[in-house]
Ligand binder design. Structure first.
Ligand code: NAD
Length: 352
């Protein structure tokens, strides 16, 4: 039976495939951009220079200080450049950190963004922004921070380290998993979520075996795009709440935290969302979705315990209390005892 639903599509121009980076100049021209600021993390300065030279005269500056979780000082610095250089558009190259800084700048300035993602975070397909001030990350939604153009070129992801590729891919899968059982899900989101998980389940092991495999990189980027649309389209649940809490309060790395938590949240929701579980298992080609995700991560070299990514055992109680405050909607009721077990299992990295 098809349940009643509401579906609205976002208007983003997506240019996907090998050599799509070559179209950057045309895309900037179509948007009428003449004074572009290129945003990247310090580690991606080479890519930022490639972008600048592709833009030619349209590029008037680079801002290479994007950092994880968008600290307010980085936003202020970028805004100064925007005003000083009379910028009329932003090109963000890199992962969620670069795109996140561009969004924070767009929040204040309404400048258009062209995003060129080189990880699988999915941020480029959402109107969600986050800014961290005094150790607290505040997130929100604003349609004008959604990039207007997204260029997905798998060639630019070849140098993404193997370990980052796997955890970033599991981060993408987490969006699809929670999109499947979202309260406001719909049939189109379900199709994209299942297809996204499937593409990543095929692509990630192949990238792990050979990070230079362009076909595998293309699969992963395709999956990340679909999972990103899901994240931008429907509400997330317990998994994203937990990862937001752990990342924000204990400074745990973003994609790695998603990787350690996801199998345990799937197990937590296994009974309450049977149709979604069937879709996840089918996409992974396994019987049990929780073990399937755990194996996908572990067999491809990812750390699967919170302990191994820097969580302290004495912080588990605080994490539990924080996660219980204003919980997101979740298919399985969020309760003290089961959530405590979930966190303990994720801390130990046991197979769910
Ligand atoms: P990231 O952007 O920090 O990138 C991870 C690492 O990969 C960095 O060291 C980066 O320099 C490196 N890297 C990126 N591209 C590379 C390449 N081509 N070659 C070599 N190295 C490369 O991390 P992320 O996981 O992509 O994003 C995480 C951030 O994004 C978090 O702050 C998270 O909250 C945010 N996020 C936001 C949304 C949203 O919708 N707003 C969605 C997902 C994530």
């Amino acid at each position: 039976m098809i349940a009643p639903f509401i579906y609205s599509a976002t208007k983003v121009r997506v240019v996907f495939g090998a050599e799509s980076f070559a179209s950057l100049g045309i895309e900037a021209e179509l948007l009428g951009l003449e004074r572009v600021l290129v945003i990247s993390t310090p580690g991606q300065s080479l890519l930022a220079h490639q972008v600048a030279s592709k833009l030619g005269m349209r590029c008037v500056g680079t801002c290479q200080h994007a950092r994880m979780h968008v600290p307010i000082d980085a936003v202020k610095q970028a805004l100064e450049q925007v005003h000083h250089l009379c910028i009329d558009g932003l090109v963000a190259i890199g992962g969620g950190s670069s795109i996140g800084l561009a969004k924070a700048v767009a929040l204040k300035t309404e400048l258009p963004i062209i995003a060129i993602p080189t990880t699988y975070s999915g941020s480029e397909m959402t109107p969600i922004y986050g800014i961290t001030e005094h150790g607290v990350k505040k997130t929100g939604k604003a349609s004008h921070v959604q990039p207007q153009v997204v260029i997905y070129d798998p060639d630019l992801t070849i140098n993404l380290p193997r370990d980052v590729s796997i955890t970033s891919g599991i981060n993408a899968i987490a969006h699809a998993v929670e999109g499947l059982y979202a309260k406001d899900t719909n049939p189109v989101v379900n199709l994209m979520a299942e297809e996204g998980i499937k593409a990543l389940a095929i692509g990630l092991p192949a990238v792990y075996s050979d990070p230079g495999d362009i076909e595998a990189r293309t699969q992963c980027l395709y999956g990340a795009w679909l999972c990103g649309i899901v994240l931008g389209s429907v509400g997330m649940a317990l998994h994203h709440k937990l990862c937001h809490t752990l990342g924000g309060s204990f400074n745990l790395p973003h994609a790695e935290t998603h990787t350690a938590i996801l199998p345990h949240v799937i197990a937590y929701n296994r009974q309450a969302a049977p149709d979604s579980m069937q879709r996840i298992a089918r996409a992974l080609g396994v019987d049990d979705p929780a073990c399937g995700i755990y194996d996908l991560a572990k067999n491809n070299g990812a750390k699967v315990s919170l302990q191994s990514i820097g969580m302290k055992e004495e912080d588990l109680d605080t994490a539990l209390q924080l996660a219980l405050q204003n919980p997101y909607w979740n298919p399985q009721e969020v309760e003290f005892g089961p959530l405590e077990s979930l966190l303990r299992d994720a801390y130990n990295g046991d197979c769910p």
